[in-house]
Design a protein around this ligand. Structure first.
Ligand code: FES
Length: 146
């Protein structure tokens, strides 16, 4: 049911923890399953020099947040902002359909942390607003429950 990569990131999650001097922190949750993710970003200039996470949730939530941190670490804000839940799931060689919402939570956690960074630094540039729409979505709009 789960790929080897999902099992690996669940059992050996990367970048777990907190960043004390993080300048972008985001917390998101899924009301249905009750899982919560907290994402810490350390951004210097335009680059995410460090990121860590804490996830109180299912194995897929842990695996997707672990993979998300790997995918954005060392990348530019723009690249991190472009990360989709599908890309996270693909990087893990897929997730069962009923677990896709866990990857959505990972995408939302990254976006929430980036939003926090922008809120502290003059606001989200207008041309980037669309990247943050996902913060208002829930799994229904992605149709994972069908
Ligand atoms: S079951 Fe909800 S995030 Fe995994």
């Amino acid at each position: 049911m789960y790929s080897e990569k999902v099992m690996d990131h669940f059992q050996n999650p990367r970048n777990v923890g907190e960043i004390e001097d993080a300048n972008g922190v985001g917390v998101v949750g899924n009301a249905k399953c009750g899982d919560i993710m907290k994402m810490y970003l350390k951004i210097e200039g335009d680059v995410i020099v460090d990121c860590k996470f804490k996830t109180f949730g299912c194995g897929s939530a842990i695996a997707t947040s672990s993979m998300a941190t790997e995918l954005i670490k060392g990348k530019t804000i723009k690249e991190a902002m472009s990360l989709t839940n599908k890309a996270v799931a693909e990087a893990l060689d897929g997730l069962p359909p009923i677990k896709m919402h866990c990857s959505l939570l990972a995408e939302q956690a990254v976006k929430a942390a980036l939003k926090d960074y922008y809120d502290k630094n003059g606001g989200i540039p207008e041309e980037y607003n669309d990247y943050f729409n996902v913060l208002n979505e829930d799994e229904h709009e992605h149709g994972e429950e069908e």
